[in-house]
Write a protein that binds this ligand. Structure first.
Ligand code: FDA
Length: 390
């Protein structure tokens, strides 16, 4: 079969690209359903973009690379598309936009656009033996034991990253990039919970509080969640993208209330004869205070604490230093950092600079967003950049 454009991967980026790439487009995926990560995203309500999107919300080797695609198809363009399809949405927090209903509404919108564009969607299909003769790409597609050779002028790789192999994630995009001599920045799990030696935070499992967390020079003011296995919650997921193995992370457990000043002021109050632990429990979750009672000097009345003792305590709680054992890895990572090097792609079209007709879009590219709808926006914007070029 001879076609114009073969798109590999019917996830967020592949669907968006197929819906706009023009006639003669075939979209294939080895999964049984398209857009599975869209379906499970945002707790089933898909955080499909963010009101405030700039290149500063993304990381990768070239921090400017995302600018062009984000500007030519912005969050406002996707919001219009969603509104045109009658999908209700709301802002949850920090500009994050979620569907009012189920995230499958987004999958249905995209598949209907693909159908309307006349593109063919083939699921349950395995991609084999990819080659290029200088003008056209050739791929063997296998479905239910039947093989077909497809040749195409354009090949768009939208097979995502390596996160959550159970959902069908593979490293196919990186293999294709290497086959065509493109560099691949080593992929690593990102937006992923931290692990600690077993049982370390077991007494705190379920405790959540707003913190300010820092790693690798980046700071995020969001919530932390203690789990049986370690630390999770948006603040931890965010800094995991910037953390390097063996490095410490720092957590300000009371970002909104200066503990030294507050405790010092409390010392003069009538309640100053209450224990230091009781005073702290009014400022932090009681279970957390109990947890620290083993390691920090929390005994005695507040009124009896010296300035120096309060200062030391406050400093430790405002900059709690921890070194994670690791992360939960690919099993639960929301995204893959690293990927196909942006040094080998054109930022306006996502086309490989040395292989005309070869495009990489979405998560497989070395552009990784923060938590909060940024990764889907990258999928939409990079897909549109390629589709418009094709
Ligand atoms: P995506 O992974 O969506 O699609 C890749 C497609 O390629 C899949 O359909 C897969 O089956 C197919 N494929 C892979 N290998 C193949 C092969 N060898 N042959 C054929 N097909 C192959 N982001 C966000 O902005 N807001 C959110 O709310 C969330 N929530 C969220 C929750 C969870 C649990 C996860 C795991 C991730 C998120 N994300 C997110 C991240 C978001 O899902 C992700 O960034 C996008 O889906 C990336 O879109 P892509 O199309 O690049 O890859």
């Amino acid at each position: 079969m001879e076609i114009e454009t073969l798109i590999l991967g019917a996830g967020a980026a592949g669907l968006m690209c197929a819906a706009h790439a023009g006639p003669g487009t075939l979209l294939v995926d080895h999964a049984k359903a398209p857009g599975e990560k869209i379906r499970i995203s945002g707790g089933g309500r898909c955080n499909f973009t963010n009101l405030d999107v700039t290149a500063a919300n993304f990381h990768g080797q070239n921090t400017h690379f995302a600018k062009s695609a984000l500007a030519s198809f912005s969050q406002w363009d996707f919001i219009s598309l969603v509104a045109d399809h009658g999908i209700g949405w709301h802002e949850k927090t920090l500009g994050q936009l979620f569907c009012d209903g189920k995230s499958t509404q987004i999958v249905e919108m995209l598949t209907s656009l693909v159908a309307r564009a006349g593109a063919e969607l083939r699921l349950d299909t395995i991609v084999k033996d990819l080659s290029h003769d200088g003008t056209r790409f050739s791929a063997t597609l296998e479905r239910g034991g039947r093989r077909e050779i497809v040749t195409a002028r354009n090949l768009v790789v939208a097979t995502g990253g390596k996160s959550i192999p159970k959902m069908g994630a593979t490293g196919l995009a990186y293999d294709i990039a290497r086959q065509f001599d493109l560099d691949v920045v080593p992929p690593r799990p990102a937006l992923v919970p931290f692990t600690f030696p077993e049982g370390r935070f077991a007494p705190l499992a379920g405790v959540s509080l707003p913190v300010s967390a820092t790693a690798g020079g980046m700071r995020f003011d969001e919530a932390i969640l203690f789990t049986h296995r370690g630390l999770s919650g948006p603040a931890m997921l965010q800094i995991s993208s910037f953390w390097e193995e063996g490095q410490p992370i720092f957590i300000d457990l009371s970002p909104a209330t200066p503990l030294y000043d507050t405790l010092r002021a409390g010392r003069q109050q009538p309640g100053g004869r209450k224990t230091l632990a009781t005073h702290l429990a009014a400022l932090l979750p009681a279970r957390l205070v109990q947890f620290f009672a083993d390691t920090l000097p929390l005994t005695g009345n507040l009124a009896d604490q010296s300035d120096a003792a309060l200062r030391r305590l406050a400093d430790q709680l405002h900059a709690w230093r921890l070194t994670p054992a690791g992360t939960e890895g690919w099993r639960t990572a929301e995204v893959t950092a690293g990927g196909v090097s942006t040094a080998d792609l054109n930022s306006k079209s996502m086309q490989a600079t040395r292989v005309p007709g070869l495009f990489f879009i979405g998560e497989c590219v070395d552009v990784t967003g923060w938590l909060g709808g940024y990764n889907f926006q990258w999928a939409w914007s990079s897909a549109m950049a390629a589709a418009r070029w094709i």
